[in-house]
Ligand binder design. Structure first.
Ligand SMILES: *[C@@H]1O[C@H](CO)[C@@H](O)[C@H](O)[C@H]1NC(C)=O
Length: 166
């Protein structure tokens, strides 16, 4: 069975001032490495921040994204997230990444990211993607993507990805 996969980046956009309330405000510090023990931590937003003096390169590191995942499930797709849970140094930065493996005819069901735009790149296989604009016109944008193709799902809009053929 061929394995198809893509990478997805989700970024909180820095919008024009008229739309600024829809996105995270600017950071107040270089970073805020998430810490599980809140006793000696500082709270900014998201998770508690570790003491910046204790930050190391590994707080900004993840390995293993090239590993194909098992897609034997009802939707035929598996998301491997790389967000603040995997990289504590991503806390408050407004960006994350994921890998999605699809089985033939697999689906990443329609969903939204209310505060994040998504940019997707197909690394292997063929992926049918689409999104729907908000009211009142509800326009449907769709495209078949091939390896090397990049597509954007604008912030907050319902979108999906589907393997139509092997
Ligand atoms: C994939 O997951 C299915 C369902 O859980 C399981 O039966 C199968 O053994 C798994 N395959 C591999 C290669 O791990």
């Amino acid at each position: 069975m061929a394995t198809h996969f893509i990478l997805v980046a989700i970024a909180i956009m820095a919008l024009a001032s008229t739309l600024a309330t829809a996105s995270d405000p600017s950071q107040l510090q270089d970073f805020c490495v998430a810490v599980k023990d809140s006793k000696s931590a500082v709270f900014v937003n998201g998770k508690f921040c570790n003491d910046p003096k204790l930050a190391t390169a590994n707080d900004f590191f993840y390995s293993g994204l090239l590993t194909p995942q098992n897609t034997s499930n009802p939707v035929g797709s598996t998301v491997t997230p790389v967000n603040v849970m995997q990289i504590p140094g991503l806390n408050t930065l407004g960006i994350s990444l994921a890998r999605i493996d699809f089985a033939p005819y697999g689906l990443n069901p329609p969903h939204t990211h209310p505060r994040g735009t998504e940019i997707l790149v197909v690394l292997e296989g063929t992926l049918y993607v689409g999104f729907v604009t908000s009211n009142p016109d509800n326009r449907f944008f769709t495209k078949v993507l091939y390896p090397g193709d990049v597509f954007v799902f604008p912030e907050g809009l319902i979108h999906f990805g589907l393997i139509r053929k092997d």
